[in-house]
Ligand binder design. Sequence first.
Ligand SMILES: Nc1ncnc2c1ncn2[C@@H]1O[C@H](COP(=O)(O)OP(=O)(O)OP(=O)(O)O)[C@@H](O)[C@H]1O
Ligand SMILES: [Mg+2]
Length: 659
Amino acid sequence: MEPRNILAIDFGTTNTYFSKCPADQISPVGIDFGTGRDGLPTAILYRGDREPLVGEPALHEYGEASDGERSQYRLRTQFKPDIVSSDDAAHAAADFLRVVVQQAQRQHIALDPGKHDVIIGVPSEAHGPFQTKISQIAAEAGYGDVRLVDEPKGALLHHLWHKDFSPEEARRGILVIDFGGGTCDFAFLQSLQVSHSWGDMELGGRLFDDLFFQWLLEQNPGVLKAMEKAGDTYYVHSYLCREVKEFFSLTMARDRTEKVNKSVGRYGSLRGMDWDGFLERAKSYLPSPTFVLQMESMRVRAERILQRQKSMDLIDWFRTTLAHGLTEKAVATDQISRVILAGGSSQWPFVPDVVTETLGIDRSHLMRSDRPYAVISQGLAILPALQKNFEQTREKLRRDLPRFCQAQVRPLAERVTESYVTGVAADVTSELFDRTIRPIVEEFREKGGAVKTLRESIAAQVKANESKLRAILEKRMHTLQRGLPGELNELLRNWFESYGLSVGEKPIAEAQRGVIGQEIVQPDTPDLYSGIMDTVGWFVVALATAVGASISGGGGMALVAAGPAGWIAGAVIGAVVAFLAVRYGMSRAKELADTWNAPAWIVKNVLLPSRIARMRGDFQCRLKETLQRETKALQDELESRIRQVTEKQIEGLSEVAQL
Ligand SMILES: Nc1ncnc2c1ncn2[C@@H]1O[C@H](COP(=O)(O)OP(=O)(O)OP(=O)(O)O)[C@@H](O)[C@H]1O
Ligand SMILES: [Mg+2]
């Protein structure tokens, strides 16, 4: 059977979002019900014999209705949390979902659950009974047999698709904060599965709407009466004041020193709103009688709000909900590698502040889409297409990895090792040959003597200069350490990108942070980089050790015995043997050569300046060859480690494919 297109629903307490996406193509579209915003309020208005209204029209109609009309109406909102315990809530949910489709069809919005595979998000705290119930409700509302997926996974998938982190990183600890209109949910995901979740069913954006409502009343005495008289209170509270709030919040996100003015329909205006004024009100917030009445009339269960006993600190409420959950669920902050901010209220500029302070993590680890309220439904909608896509990509990566290693990683490793070795050989030649060995050889040429003594004094000088050799290695090592990670990172990043995958680029994200305003939450880097850093760290140390050992050996004598000191002595001995052979014959000459005290005139004749110059070239060349031999195995090992880092990324893809 042809895979059908996907319809994903983020059925929220306050708002519900619908997104569509083809099954084989990652291109989600949010459904706009004509308000210019994504989604619609989760609200249904029963109007006696007339057909119910849902979404914005329901709230509006109820808000504008006269007392007489209202007595005929029944508005139901925020029913989602109660669908298991209350039949009434379950009916409201089913009616809501059904009427949304009818209303959409009348508006010629293509929304036909019958023609789609339907995915519905469920809160991660929700257990069996909730899931059973929501499935029943969906079936009853005409959505067929729906697939349920944890809401926070939607947010995670959305950011994964946007390449805000790599699949491999998505396997590690990711905290999803969904701060919506009515609730605030936290979920900690590992290996793309929710391992802990918690939240607060009363802490949501509507409390802030109420804060602004009270601010409005404070600045415009008498306005409440006028509102009540006109039957506009609900509308002003939940709609106009929400707009004021969002405008204020967006302004503050840009610049907290601004002062904001905004008119509120025909009910006057709010003037001179500033961050301090907001903080002061948020610190000692008490729900307004209007708000409490509204909640009661909608039969919303929210003890802390309805009791209205002592004032509360809204920002601290958010902070403690986060902190207590972490403690209670024993989630260590160092397990959290990324934080996704979802839900409309996560746009409050205090949210990133509180999160970074509480978790002690850097702002660059937070990410938030520019439409954080829509990420869950969009992420759910792309799930099948993303899975398919990742499945294919994973196969391709697996297939192409050996060729990539062969054609790109290996040449890089070779080039890097080669340039390290060449550099070390050049430095050592000038330090050791020019400054140390050449003067000894020249003195030997002037004075003559035994080759054995020559060898020993070169050996002693080499040993005396060991610390200089070490300094050369270290200097070269630092250069390597600075350059190599970037090169490897770029190589891998380009390779992954050629498959449409992201692996980020840490150094750039770090650098940008200072420049961009502090409110801007940066999506950044996956952790490929730390895998590369580990590998490079290992490689550089191993390279330096191998090179160091072949120059000065474990006890500092290898070079002396078999290395450069031996090569020089060998060259001199050859000439001496040639001279002695004339008198003693070849084999005797060889025996004598090492200890024979050669007179200066003979040495002068065999050790011509041109020969010393050749010795230098020979010295450098043989040094390089030795080092190359020693480091060959390391190139293979580097390649294989990079292969492992890459395999890990590919594994990350497998987990997405298995969601
Ligand atoms: N820029 C903004 N600053 C602060 N709050 C905002 C901003 N934009 C939207 N909001 C608020 O976000 C809330 C809506 O968020 P969202 O649609 O994610 O909630 P929801 O999913 O329906 O609610 P819940 O998750 O609680 O069931 C509203 O209170 C809205 O006013
Ligand atoms: Mg929500």
